[in-house]
Design a binder for this molecule. Sequence first.
Ligand SMILES: Cc1cc2nc3c(=O)[nH]c(=O)nc-3n(C[C@H](O)[C@H](O)[C@H](O)COP(=O)(O)OP(=O)(O)OC[C@H]3O[C@@H](n4cnc5c(N)ncnc54)[C@H](O)[C@@H]3O)c2cc1C
Length: 383
Amino acid sequence: MNFDGLKYIVVGSGFWGAVFAERIASVLNKKVLVIDKRDHIGGNCYCETDKQTGIECHKYGCHIFHTSVKNVWDYINRFSEFNGYKHKVLITSKSKVYSMPVNLATINSYYNLNLTPSEAESLLKKERIKIKNPRNFEEKAVSLIGWGLYETLIKNYTVKQWGTEPKNLPAEIITRLPVRTNYNDNYYYDIYQGIPVEGYTKLLRKILTHRNIEVKTSVDYYDISEKIPKDCKIIFTGTLDKLFGYKYGRLKWRSLKFKWQKINRRDFQGNAAMHFADLDVPYTRIHEFKHYHPEIKEIFESKKTIICYEYPADYKDGREPYYPVNDKENNSLHAKYLYEAGKNKNITVGGRLGSYRYWDMDKTIENSLNAFNIFARAKYIVK
Ligand SMILES: Cc1cc2nc3c(=O)[nH]c(=O)nc-3n(C[C@H](O)[C@H](O)[C@H](O)COP(=O)(O)OP(=O)(O)OC[C@H]3O[C@@H](n4cnc5c(N)ncnc54)[C@H](O)[C@@H]3O)c2cc1C
């Protein structure tokens, strides 16, 4: 690979990097190289259409686009139409299926009652444990929904997800635990929701299709960093601890493992997502991908389906970092690396890995658009 004259390189072709590259190419009208160490573009939003069934599979976990941010929605709609899919989640606990997030159907089903919204509010008021300053995840959860719903729907799922008792997790992990006393079972409240009609990979490919953008996959930044010209602007969306040789220590993440199965059945579970609350079920969720595209009747009605079991896992070498462990210790470790990165004016850090944040796709895109605006206004533009 020849890097002579290279002025802009984006490391990582997920949403954050792709959007940033598109802005460099179209707004600044500059040439930009995008590299990714994986053999495909799209980062964790990458999806593949199964050749035999035509079912689109989200390879790094299911992804539903949702936002209430109008400019993000307008931006992303330039590259794809969306099918209007609205996500619904079910959870199995002790052989019984409940609707999530907790809503009136969940409450009535759990307590075996037929309450009205105001009766459900009164019941929850009695059930909530009064804790003024919740010190951990468990205290926060029971202060919001009480012990019964917490132990049935949340506790063991959380143990599996984070590999530790909720008492050991910071209260901040629950930013909000929606509890609805109506029958609204839409997982998200956002105004705009859906799945790109032709999938995320095509959408991301369109973002990256520009005469000023060159994309190279299967290229690891660490294999080529020495060859990058000194005056080249590096937009980096990988993990920061590795970028600085782990000099302050390693950032903690949770990882995931996926087990895929193709089944000769029209419909396996009747919904895209089934969560599992019990500890004796080792996985947390089963995804059934055809449910994301009910509009493609031929595939939706076909006698085959694809499911994927999702297992939480420790993060170690060879595994992907999925969820940052945003406790105080790790956040301050990340801040040290960010400070280091800030010393090098040629490096711009972004994305969920670089920022050590869990961001939904809309937040990722919004953050990339904003970061680009700052970048473009500052001294970074190379003549
Ligand atoms: C299980 C799961 C489910 C999710 N579901 C949803 C959902 O339903 N809805 C939603 O809105 N959001 C969802 N998200 C969030 C969504 O995945 C992120 O918002 C998005 O992927 C972030 O994009 P990114 O570009 O920051 O990071 P990524 O997509 O991770 O892209 C970073 C890229 O950088 C590359 N890279 C890293 N290091 C190097 C290197 N050294 N050299 C070259 N390349 C490198 C990686 O290979 C990767 O391709 C989910 C996240 C997870 C973990």
